[in-house]
Design a protein around this ligand. Structure first.
Ligand SMILES: [Zn+2]
Length: 63
């Protein structure tokens, strides 16, 4: 099943709010997408919590 969800996150580099389409098919997956504003690569970590709510953590690629 292909499940995608659009979420709003703050870019860890420039702080702008951006909308990203997250692929929620697999729990615990990690991938990199460029910020739409500053074009720097953001690492996304996608996880479900105990209520089956999607949690997305972002971080700098090189820190
Ligand atoms: Zn940015």
């Amino acid at each position: 099943m292909n499940h995608q969800e659009e979420i709003t996150v703050s870019c860890p580099y420039c702080g702008e709010q951006i909308n990203v389409l997250i692929d929620c098919t697999y729990n615990g997956q990690e991938y990199i997408e460029d910020c739409q504003v500053c074009c720097r690569p953001i690492t996304f970590f996608v996880q479900y919590d105990e209520y089956n709510t999607i949690q997305v953590n972002t971080r700098h690629e090189n820190e």
